[in-house]
Design a protein around this ligand. Structure first.
Ligand SMILES: [Zn+2]
Length: 456
């Protein structure tokens, strides 16, 4: 692959160096960034590189999503029969657990493709997925991994083990996680070592996991050297279930079961208390905030800034909402101010810190068991991943490295995303998807989702 020199743009590096370089350029060599600097200098130094004109727009790192559900794509517009769900448990029973039971492998594939196309279109380059399809468990992670490879994205996959569908499905979920994790060190080794695919050990949530199932998973995950990906205290009912049945709070139960740790993801953490926050910090576990989902399910507000102050690494996910992480960042920015009646809550620079720097730490934690040299993501720097986005954004007011977060929250959105690159390969150029045939993906998904809705 010849070097690519992307120039005539404003380079926003983020990361520790956090620079904004006007008339900047960036050299891509293979899957990494080889140089960053002034356009004129890099053009002179690399006359043989293929030059790509950013049209005076922005060149910035790709967006990251640390918690999603690709299977959620088929829920868009799906009718919920009877009275509207009154609480979180009813939302699961009437919508999500009805939908996931109906997924066949081809549905899993088609819904993953919908969200992968959506991610590329919105400049999201690396995603952590949490999958459930209780009646088509075996091979489901392979189907998703193949779709991810086809799309050219980076993703970490997991199957949500749960007791809710009985013994055979528990066994199948455990088997699927363990089989897939082993495959990443065998037949899928090349993909994994290239930092394109990874896995966590998936668990649904404390309230659907018996002590025996947790014990089996803890042993399996420890043997395989991976972390866990589990919903934690998304709704108060998860905490109530744990205290009533096991006499301890959810985080304490998971810590006792050896589920927490530096490679583990505790999604949501809406209802965690001070002591639990301390345990998340002490075990160096990662929490993932999903503001749109939390507001949609009316489950409450996660104490994100409390967790950060206590030393918990908190990232940002979308929990199966659209792959537009710019929307998720705006929701995070607004939610805490509104809920706390405090305009100082969750400033834009903190939102970007969570969405890029802290999400990048999560990506490093989940990819590094499979990739010795996982590149830095969420920033543009020499040696970092060539995972980037070009945006047709022309600021109407002064923009610099310090106020860039406020430009992103108030000015930048989907309409500006022009091109997306992952690992040095263009997945979208001038708004045309190159790796996926979006029309075919949508046509297939419409056909399969309609058939699935009929089965429901
Ligand atoms: Zn979730």
């Amino acid at each position: 692959m010849p070097d690519i020199l992307i120039g005539n743009g404003t380079v926003v590096t983020l990361g520790a160096g956090n620079r904004l370089i006007e008339h900047g350029a960036l050299l891509v060599r293979d899957d990494r960034i080889a140089a960053i600097g002034a356009d004129a200098d890099l053009r002179q130094q690399h006359p043989d590189a293929a030059y790509v004109d950013a049209n005076s727009g922005l060149i910035m790192p790709g967006f990251l999503c640390a918690h999603t559900h690709f299977y959620g794509a088929f829920a868009r517009g799906m009718a919920i029969p009877g009275a509207p769900p009154q609480n979180f448990r009813e939302i699961l029973e009437k919508l999500w657990w009805r939908l996931d039971k109906l997924l066949a492998l081809e549905d899993t594939c088609a819904s993953a493709e919908v969200f992968l196309a959506d991610a590329i279109r919105h400049g999201t380059t690396c995603v952590v997925d949490h999958h459930a399809s209780p009646n088509a468990v075996d091979g489901s992670l392979d189907v998703i991994a193949d779709a991810v490879a086809q799309a050219g994205m980076r993703a970490c996959l997991a199957y949500e083990v749960s007791d809710r569908d009985g013994t055979a499905v528990i066994d199948a979920g455990i088997r699927e996680n363990e089989r897939f994790i082993r495959a990443l060190r065998a037949e899928r080794r090349q993909q994994a070592e290239a930092g394109m695919i990874a896995a966590s050990y998936g668990l649904h949530a404390s309230f659907t996991l018996s002590p025996a199932t947790l014990e089996r998973c803890a042993a399996g995950g420890a043997d395989l050297g991976v972390g866990f990906h589990v919903h934690v205290a998304e709704d108060s009912s998860d905490e109530n279930d744990s205290t009533t049945r096991y006499g301890m709070r959810t985080v304490d139960r998971l810590e006792t079961a050896r589920i927490l740790g530096p490679r583990s993801i505790a999604a949501h953490c809406v209802h965690v208390e001070g002591g639990e926050i301390g345990r998340l910090a002490a075990t160096r576990s990662n929490s993932v905030h999903n503001p749109r989902s939390n507001m949609n399910n009316a489950v409450g507000r996660a104490p994100v800034e409390d967790m950060l102050r206590a030393g918990v690494n908190v990232g940002l996910g979308n929990d199966g909402f659209s792959m537009n992480m710019m929307q998720e960042m705006k929701a995070a920015y607004l939610l805490h101010k509104f809920a706390l009646s405090d305009p100082r809550a969750m400033p834009a620079d903190l939102v970007l810190d969570i969405a890029f720097h802290r999400n990048a730490r999560i990506m490093d934690a989940v990819f590094s068991p499979f990739c010795d040299n996982f590149p830095r993501v969420g920033e543009l720097s020499v040696g970092a991943a060539a995972d980037l986005v070009l945006l047709d954004y022309y600021p109407p007011t002064p923009m610099n490295a310090d106020n860039f977060p406020w430009h992103l929250i108030f000015g930048i959105d989907a309409q500006h995303v022009n091109s997306t690159m992952v690992a040095g390969r263009w997945l979208m150029r001038e708004r045309q998807l190159l790796a996926l045939d979006e029309e075919r993906v949508h046509a297939r998904a419409r056909e399969l989702s309609q058939a699935l809705w009929k089965r429901a």
